[in-house]
Write a protein that binds this ligand. Structure first.
Ligand SMILES: Cc1cc2nc3c(=O)[nH]c(=O)nc-3n(C[C@H](O)[C@H](O)[C@H](O)COP(=O)(O)O)c2cc1C
Length: 199
């Protein structure tokens, strides 16, 4: 757990961006509700198109019946380690938005983008409080909609495990080998001045 973080930034950013990573080794200690609420509070202040705040968060605290219900939604490959998280969260986005001056709604173009910003704020606030977060696309979306009674104009975006980090020895061997911060592509792969480069 105390291994050094080898991440190096190419430009002088705040350390939090390098320190946030997605471990799988958690202690199993439940996250106190007040701490989780503090993470949601950070998410609350994320920017969104027209300030519509289309994110929604469903949560289950560790060692509660809800936790078992949420854990059962994850694919086996995530359940094996996320069972030791201190809380599980499902991030949703609202896929429709009001059409101003009418009582109609239209499809939102930015719901996922906005919810993504909120999740990022959540993750960075968790880090500030000494918690780790791990986003997961590996969950049963159809079952999540049914079991958590999600209305049809909401999109399950991701699940998130939150908790205190544990030593990697709590993990099976194949996951111990992956329990370290990873790297990133250099900016030349994803930042382009003036327009998209010719392919
Ligand atoms: C939307 C999303 C879905 C992800 N799904 C999974 C998943 O199902 N299982 C898993 O082990 N990791 C999952 N991850 C973790 C990513 O693999 C991880 O964020 C990525 O490799 C970058 O590493 P870092 O978060 O440690 O910086 C997911 C992350 C995000 C943001």
């Amino acid at each position: 757990m105390s291994q050094a973080n080898p991440r190096v930034a190419d430009y002088p950013i705040d350390r939090q961006f390098l320190e946030r990573w997605s471990p799988r080794a958690f202690t199993g200690e439940p996250v106190p509700e007040h701490d989780l609420r503090t993470m949601f509070e950070a998410a609350r202040w994320a920017p969104s198109s027209s300030n519509l705040q289309p994110w929604r968060f469903l949560y289950a605290l560790g060692q509660t019946p809800d936790f078992d219900k949420f854990l059962a939604l994850l694919v086996e490959g995530n359940r094996v380690w996320a069972k030791n998280a201190g809380a599980l969260v499902i991030v949703l986005s609202k896929t429709t938005q009001p059409v101003s001056g009418t009582d109609k709604v239209a499809a939102s173009r930015t719901h996922s983008f906005d919810a993504g910003a909120a999740w990022a704020y959540f993750a960075l606030e968790a880090l500030r409080l000494g918690y780790a977060t791990h986003g997961m696309a590996g969950f049963d979306v159809a079952r999540t909609i049914v079991d958590l009674k999600i209305p049809e104009d909401y999109r399950p975006e991701a699940a998130v495990a939150v908790g205190r980090r544990a030593d990697k020895s709590v993990l099976p061997d194949y996951l111990q080998a992956r329990e370290h911060p990873n790297g990133r592509h250099p900016q030349k792969h994803f930042v382009f001045q003036g327009g998209f480069p010719a392919t």
